[in-house]
Design a binder for this molecule. Structure first.
Ligand code: UDP
Length: 334
């Protein structure tokens, strides 16, 4: 593909920074917008001088608008993630993930951007009914907490702009992405960050429930491939699942990471299994994942020093941090 002007919101974050690396490698001119709320300048330090980097918040429309001028493609990855803080601060999640997305897609429209990629979350499926495993894009939508709702409303907003203003919008619903640089910020969140910090400190892995629950863990380079494939393909107004189609249990993750474990209570609103039906993206875009769980974990362990700065969680601190989650979502028996 010829060299393009590409804008990445949230480009200093976990997935965003890997995407930026690939876009630069492929010869594109990359601009990154990030407010560094969870993204880290360190994630892009090696790209200094090769990209244009601006500290800006997508909630500030006037500030971000000029950066969209002359852009061919926009990858919208800026968002607030994690469940617990979304229960505590739903308004912040709404303004960043919904209003912020509207700003980004509107700035794209006004700047005549040709292709817009939205980073959606498989959490929109909530706890799918039995007949929806593996889960296709057409499964019922059932967000269980504000994070999931706001990412879904952002998706609807982006697709709506695409439909009304004839901009090519594609939304990718990501399933449990992991890899180097996965977030290590203060809140209790994605399992890889939690377990890797525990491993590096020789503490037991905090396994939720009995650990037989499964997740469709997807390695970050595969996700980046999916974004580029969708960006280059002749598709618009489409939603695609991005996963391996091959879920793995938490117990299997523990055995690959090797270490002791301790069990903590099951969490309300979370599915026992996430499992992407990937037939659509395979058939329409010819994408499928390439990195196995063994390989992904091996690569991550080779970079484990990155998690030395990560917060270290124990059953006690997790219980405290998830109080709000349990408080709001466990309905009392009458
Ligand atoms: N998990 C765990 N211990 C932790 C955090 C998570 O066993 O300290 C499990 C959790 O029960 C879930 C999986 O890891 O089955 C992925 O959890 P995460 O919060 O990363 O993602 P999500 O539940 O949103 O898919």
């Amino acid at each position: 593909m010829e060299s393009k002007n590409v804008l990445v919101t949230g480009g200093a974050g976990f997935i965003g920074s890997h995407l930026v690396d690939r876009l630069v490698q492929e010869g594109h001119r990359v601009t990154v917008l990030d407010n560094y709320s969870t993204g880290r300048p360190d994630n892009l330090a090696h790209q200094q001088g090769k990209i244009r980097l601006a500290q800006a918040d997508i909630r500030d429309f006037e500030k971000i608008l000029p950066y969209f001028q002359g852009m061919d493609m926009v990858f919208h990855m800026a968002a607030l993630a994690d469940i617990v803080p979304s229960m505590v601060n739903p308004r912040e999640y709404y303004t960043s993930n919904v209003t912020g997305t509207m700003h980004v897609v509107e700035a794209s429209r006004l700047s005549k951007v040709k292709k817009f990629l939205y980073t959606a979350s498989s959490s929109c499926y909530g706890i799918p009914p039995k007949e929806y495993y593996p889960t296709p894009e057409t499964a019922p939508i059932s967000p269980q907490y504000p994070y999931a709702l706001t990412k879904y409303l952002g998706e609807e907003t982006a697709l709506h702009w695409g439909q009304v203003y004839q901009m090519d919008v594609v939304s990718l619903r990501l399933f449990n992405v992991y890899g180097p640089r996965s977030r290590t910020s203060g809140t209790y969140g994605a399992v890889f960050g939690v377990f890797l910090a525990q491993k590096i400190n020789n503490k037991p892995f905090t396994v939720v429930g009995d650990g037989t629950q499964t997740r469709d863990f997807t390695y970050v380079s595969d996700v980046v491939d999916a974004f580029l494939t969708a960006a280059y393909a002749d598709v618009r107004n489409e939603i695609f699942n991005v996963g391996t189609g091959n879920p793995q249990s938490i117990n299997r993750l523990v055995s690959l990471l090797e270490g002791e474990k301790v069990h903590i209570p099951k969490r309300p609103g979370e599915p026992d299994c996430t499992w992407a039906d990937i037939r659509k993206i395979k058939n329409k875009l010819g994408w499928e994942s390439r990195v196995s769980m063994e390989e992904g974990v091996r690569k991550i362990l080779a970079n484990i020093e990155y998690w030395r700065q990560a917060p270290l969680w124990t059953p006690q601190t997790i219980a405290k941090a998830t109080e709000d989650w349990f408080k709001y979502l466990v309905k009392e028996e009458k």
